[in-house]
Design a protein. Sequence first.
Length: 255
Amino acid sequence: MDSRFFAIFAAAAVAALAIIGMLLSAGAASAQIIGPNNSPFIPDTNNTISVTGTATTKVEPDRVMITFAVETVDGTAGDALRANSERMTAVLQALQAAGVEENETSTSSFSIYPNYNFTEFGNARQLTGYTVTNSILVESSNLQNISDWVDAAVGAGANRIDSIAFTISEERMDVVRANLTDQAVDNARGKADALASALGMEITGVKAAGLNDFGAPIIPLSVSREAAMANTEVPIVPGEQTVTTTVTVIYKSGG
């Protein structure tokens, strides 16, 4: 009786294990990777070719920025400020007389600070006076009269020319960027076609693209104080600036 019971139990266990195995096999066979929105995931098998296209040109600047400064030193802050104001007023009037428009000038910076005598250990000994510095910025599209403006400002009392820089206006840069972008895209497509041909493939479309725009730098021109203060005309030539545009394009390709 006991042997028959154990035989029946063993047979039932084997049958149960077989049924479980069948169910697991069926579940595994029907399993699949689910993508977004519960749809089957289909991997992107499209081939791609990534290239970079570049276009460069030289452009003549069409704007100039000049920073003139008047620096005065006196025993009191009030006296230094009054002397500075008188000289800067004379500089502004001289610049306007030389052709600078009123809307082309603006205050660049202004400072007033005390001057001290110091001991060799760095301790302040006594107040000796005040220094006032007033800087103005002239920004103009007139590149023909720069030397005249320098002469006029220095002659009227400007004792510092902090910088002369040339740049390209946004209006002109927009035109340059558009042309360079077209050229850079053509350059990228030429590279992609050559690469695809070498690999025995064909370009079938564009998957993605990006633009790297390198704007024209502001080129400073150094003018020494001695040259500016001399009674000679300082030659100032803006030259040309290099502008570069780069595009990165990922093309779809097929064999």
